[in-house]
Design a binder for this molecule. Sequence first.
Ligand SMILES: *[C@@H]1O[C@H](CO)[C@@H](O)[C@H](O)[C@H]1NC(C)=O
Length: 130
Amino acid sequence: MHFKPTLQAFATLLLVQVTTAAPVSEVATRASTEIEARGECTWGFICGVIKNDPKSNRSLKVTNDWPKRDSGAWKWIAPGTSSTAVMKDADGFYVDPGCTATSVDDVLVWDSGKWHKINDLQEYTVKIIC
Ligand SMILES: *[C@@H]1O[C@H](CO)[C@@H](O)[C@H](O)[C@H]1NC(C)=O
């Protein structure tokens, strides 16, 4: 589709601007009431994307089935790779206990021992150190 990259870039830009104005959890809660987050992409082509930072020192577990999140739904992505290689629409990622997960700029920190949900307008790069 010709306009997909542009629209995704716009959506990412929009999120970045929203994120600077409000806590992540608040943004995620507000956005997920408007944006489809379970398994399907919004309008078929705006999809959640999770990337494992090249500086991570282990693979990241990502799911495309938020309510279940079982072993049939999640896949590992190696450092330096993207969820787009293994699934169309990523809905969340898991931080194993004892691991530290941060955004590349270290501004965002995701709790360990938990799943973290994203929505279709989000594209996160996660640096995970275990
Ligand atoms: C990852 O990096 C951390 C911090 O440098 C280190 O303590 C840990 O042993 C490394 N883990 C692996 C799996 O290499």
